[in-house]
Design a protein around this ligand. Structure first.
Ligand code: ADP
Length: 463
């Protein structure tokens, strides 16, 4: 069952129950009031007749005549007067006589002073009446035709009003729930049309602060994130294929050209050198991609253990210098350390080395003097590394994008690369819950600062 129908039914049921209770209270109160009022009327009539008979000494016959005459038009009250010894003194109509008084009844009235009861639908009241020091027993009875008719019509009105109200509430409930759930239906239809090919579609939000707008906004924000990551993915793939195609096309062209006719040894050597350079480029790219994939793993899948940053820096330096013997890399320890913990982090040795090699290589390759210096310090639970060079620097426009995969700055002509290094480095540092920042000024040089948490910080946090 749809929520809309369920809500309408629930709403109708609750309102119908309230209405029913309300109607029942009205009906039973009216019923009780009718009974009370009619007993009062009977009492009044009994006293009046007793007065007429005993006090005003109106003739029995006259009283009986009045009763018979009134009976034709009104629900006349039938009154009987007894003395306490069950001697009938007066009776409105012995021939009709609805209430068959008994000696026991007369005794009870005499004892209690007043009793009232029903004889079928007829209400009866019996009371002790004092006149000139003597007691008399008066009974009065009548059928409350008027009261019952009123009650009956009240009952019918209540039933009709109840049915109409419930119908109206149901229709109104359906109408309003349709209106309330209209936007949900619209959203469902719109959301059903959104797929990978049209991720730019968005749900309509009416701009108010209600729950549905919040839902639409949250959904739209999720779509924004999805669209961005889809776009990033698309770019990533097209960038990779571009990066792969360029050196591959160069290798193919070189090799094809060399097969067209016989070449001299030095020409062949030239072809081999060029293709080797392109093949190395491809190898570097595939290594970087592999490292990027590793750094993008779920952190729980990467093994972290205590590692000494100074040792990783030394390893990174020898790796960078092995690949590029002309690079000059200085490691400068700014503060002495007393124990290993001060210069250790909880990290992945391989990935940290990849990050440091990238920073060393960038510093060297974008500098005329091919020199990069890293200064190492620690304090406040942190290890601070400053990778500085005196190279060509990065322009203000480029600095915003250098951490984007495959982005290469306008200074890319200066050195070879594929634009993956810094995005990979940033991923690795973030994976270690660290931070990487850059300050650069054109022609003066660049400084990358890397902040990592000392091992003691992790131990403290674990505890
Ligand atoms: P790549 O070095 O392969 O081009 P990176 O991701 O390592 O790619 O760097 C992205 C861009 O950032 C580089 O193309 C370059 O423009 C700029 N860059 C990075 N490090 C430096 C640096 N030390 N000096 C000048 N420019 C740099």
């Amino acid at each position: 069952m749809k929520i809309r129908t369920r809500l309408t039914l629930l709403f109708t049921l609750i309102t119908a129950t309230i209405l029913l209770v309300f109607a029942a209270v009205i009906y039973f109160t009216a019923k009780e009031n009718r009974e009370k009022e009619f007993y009062l009327l009977l009492k009044k009539e009994a006293i009046t007749k007793a007065n007429l008979f005993l006090n005003a000494r109106v003739d029995k016959k006259n009283l009986q005549e009045i009763y018979h005459n009134n009976r034709r038009i009104l629900n006349e009250v039938e009154v009987a007067i007894y003395d306490p010894y069950f001697h009938l003194l007066y009776h409105d109509a012995v021939d009709i006589d609805y209430v068959k008084e008994t000696k026991q009844m007369i005794n009870e009235i005499n004892q209690k002073g007043e009793i009232s009861f029903y004889q079928q639908d007829w209400q009866v009241i019996g009371l002790r009446y004092e006149f000139q020091g003597s007691y008399f027993i008066v009974t009065a009875t009548a059928y409350d035709q008027y009261g019952y008719t009123k009650l009956d019509s009240l009952f019918k009105t209540i039933i009709i009003v109840f049915i109409i109200s419930v119908l109206f509430i149901y229709i109104a409930g359906r109408f309003f729930s349709k209106k309330a759930f209209g936007p949900v239906k619209e959203m469902t239809e719109k959301a059903a049309n959104i797929s990978a090919t049209n991720l730019d579609l968005r749900l309509m939000s009416n701009g108010s602060k209600d729950e549905l707008s919040e839902l639409a906004n949250t959904f739209n924000e999720m779509l924004d994130r999805l669209e961005n990551s889809f776009e990033a993915q698309k770019h990533f793939v097209s960038n990779i294929s571009h990066e792969l195609r360029t050196p591959l096309a160069a290798i193919i062209a070189e090799l094809e050209l060399s097969t067209h006719k016989d070449r001299t040894i030095s020409e062949y050597k030239n072809v081999v050198t060029n293709t080797l350079a392109d093949a190395k480029k491809l190898a570097r790219l595939s290594n970087s991609l592999l490292d990027l994939a590793k750094a993008s793993y779920d952190p729980s899948e990467i093994s972290f253990k205590p590692v000494r940053i100074d040792e990783i820096l030394l390893d990174a330096r020898s790796q960078a210098q092995q690949a590029n013997p002309d690079y000059k890399i200085d490691i400068h320890f700014e503060s002495d350390f007393e124990n290993d913990d001060q210069i250790s982090v909880n990290g992945n040795e391989y990935l940290l080395k990849v990050a440091f090699v990238n920073l060393f290589e960038n510093g060297c390759k974008f500098s005329d003097n091919k020199q990069s210096t890293v200064s190492f310090s620690y304090g406040d639970g942190k290890i601070l590394l400053r990778f500085a060079d005196k190279g060509i620097g990065i322009s203000k426009e480029d600095i915003k994008n250098i951490f984007t995969p495959f982005y290469r700055g306008e200074n890319k002509k200066y050195a070879d690369g594929n634009g993956i290094g810094l995005s990979l480095t940033q991923k690795i540092i973030t994976l270690h819950k660290g931070e990487i920042n850059v300050i650069s000024s054109a022609e003066k040089g660049t400084v990358f600062t890397v902040e990592l948490h000392q091992i003691t910080y992790h131990n403290k946090n674990k505890a």
